[in-house]
Design a binder for this molecule. Structure first.
Ligand SMILES: Cc1cc2nc3c(=O)[nH]c(=O)nc-3n(C[C@H](O)[C@H](O)[C@H](O)COP(=O)(O)OP(=O)(O)OC[C@H]3O[C@@H](n4cnc5c(N)ncnc54)[C@H](O)[C@@H]3O)c2cc1C
Length: 404
């Protein structure tokens, strides 16, 4: 019998929990270190649970039959509220928090360490050491950077890789079903509904209510409105708070200026169908999320692996973020099962996942090209192909075209 193999996971969100659970089930001693002191929650996000993600969760033995709200149809509404396009498309829409809690409950508290921030790491032929804020350290056979778009692990090993602003932002909110006026509810609630003003995209679909409440009347509508914002002008304006401070990457919802929200509300009156205007009117404290691409040329660094958003961030139009994280985690766990040499396993994982991740990023760029404030020639061509109503309604938030 060899000694117990140890894994350090940096980041206790989706990717961290997915790889943590898989390695634990293969007999590893796994410790997850999460920077946030409080349990992660909310993030105002509804997500489409792709069949690929549901299959991965089921394979972990997690219960997925009540994961979210079943949607059967999609439609596009013009500014007058007329349905200009509609298709059947069966999907499950859930809340980020719902998937997170499912994973979090399955992982033992004793090995999930909150309020622990990775500061640095060193590795030798025999192992890897993580150094944390506060001065303590931990040793392991493998370290997984599952620490998101601003990954400390990546900054350490590949400092030149930076997120690239895509040229547009998403206004987002979850709106309680019982606040939605009856006629608006009838027009859009059960349907994935798009509004397509020139160069913009509005999207709404139903998700579970708080605590996974799926009862009619207790669910929520997930609203996302993509709007172009050039980096030097509009984005800067949006990210500047009432004290005149311009935030770097994103701005906390409470600090978004009333005039920025008012401008978005005014635009809704001019550009969106009446049901969407009603939803925007209910977005009291929206989230503002600048959209980024992140492409890491490597995922393997000796005994250190990068997974999920730490390695690749795709624009949200594919709806692939969590299923991509789950595929990274599964590939890494498989490679560590097959190869006893950790560095060889991490290299094999990279070989399996780099091409796939690049493909997802490219597809997401294609879907989002027509929303950008500025475009290269190639992006202009891509924008042309996806900008038609028929393409948007068929290609958004599904992996079918990616894997076709
Ligand atoms: C508008 C929008 C819509 C989306 N829709 C979908 C969808 O429909 N379907 C889908 O699958 N995905 C969707 N996504 C993407 C999905 O939410 C992300 O891909 C996914 O949550 C990333 O998980 P992660 O664990 O890799 O990173 P994160 O969730 O970012 O987690 C990283 C964690 O690491 C921690 N951390 C950071 N630095 C350190 C450190 N130094 N030490 C310790 N801990 C640290 C952070 O606190 C954080 O908890 C969407 C995203 C957006 C923006």
């Amino acid at each position: 019998m060899g000694r117990e193999r140890r894994a350090i996971i940096v980041g206790g969100s989706m990717s961290g929990l997915l790889i943590g659970l898989l390695l634990q089930r293969s007999g590893w001693r796994v410790d997850i270190y999460e920077r946030a002191r409080e349990e992660l929650s909310g993030r105002g996000a509804g997500i489409v649970a792709q069949p690929e993600l549901i299959a991965r969760l089921s394979r972990l033995g997690l219960k997925t039959d009540d994961l979210g709200v079943h949607i059967a149809r999609r439609q596009i509404l013009n500014v007058r509220g007329e349905v200009t396009n509609a298709i059947g498309c069966a999907q499950v829409a859930t809340a980020w928090e719902r998937v997170f809690r499912l994973l979090r409950r399955a992982f033992p508290d004793a090995h999930y360490h909150r309020g622990r921030t990775l500061k640095g790491l060193t590795q030798t032929a025999d192992g890897v050491t993580a150094q944390f804020a506060g001065g303590d350290a931990a040793d392991a056979d493998v370290l997984v950077g599952a620490d998101g778009i601003r990954s400390t692990v990546r900054q350490h090993l590949a400092p030149d890789v930076m997120p690239l602003y895509a040229g547009y932002v998403a206004w987002r909110a979850l709106i309680a079903e019982d606040r939605i006026p009856r006629d608006t509810h009838a027009a859009i609630f059960d349907i994935m509904s798009f509004g397509l003003p020139a160069g913009e995209q509005f999207l709404s679909y139903p998700v579970a209510g708080p605590d996974n409440d799926l009862r009619p009347g207790h669910r929520r509508t997930n609203v996302i409105w993509y709007r172009p914002a050039d980096e030097a002008g509009k984005l800067k304006w949006l990210l500047t708070d009432a004290q005149g401070r311009t935030h770097d990457i994103s701005i906390p919802p409470a600090l978004i200026r009333a005039e920025a929200i008012a401008e978005m509300h005014d635009a809704a009156e001019r550009l969106l169908a009446p049901p969407f205007r009603a939803l925007v009117g209910l977005m009291d404290e929206p989230l503002l999320q600048p959209i980024y691409d992140l492409v890491s040329p490597r995922m393997a660094f000796g005994r250190v692996a990068l997974i999920g958003d730490a390695a690749f961030v795709a624009r949200p139009h594919v709806g692939a973020g969590v299923s991509k994280a789950a595929d990274d985690a599964a590939a890494l766990a498989d490679a560590l099962e097959v190869h006893s040499d950790v560095a060889a396993a991490v290299a094999a994982f990279e070989a399996a996942r780099l091409p796939e991740n690049r493909r997802i990023i490219e597809w997401a760029r294609h879907l989002g090209a027509y929303l950008q404030a500025t475009r290269t020639q190639a992006e202009q061509a891509s924008a042309g192909r996806h900008a038609t109503d028929a393409a948007v309604i068929r290609e958004t938030a599904t992996l079918d075209f990616l894997y076709a």
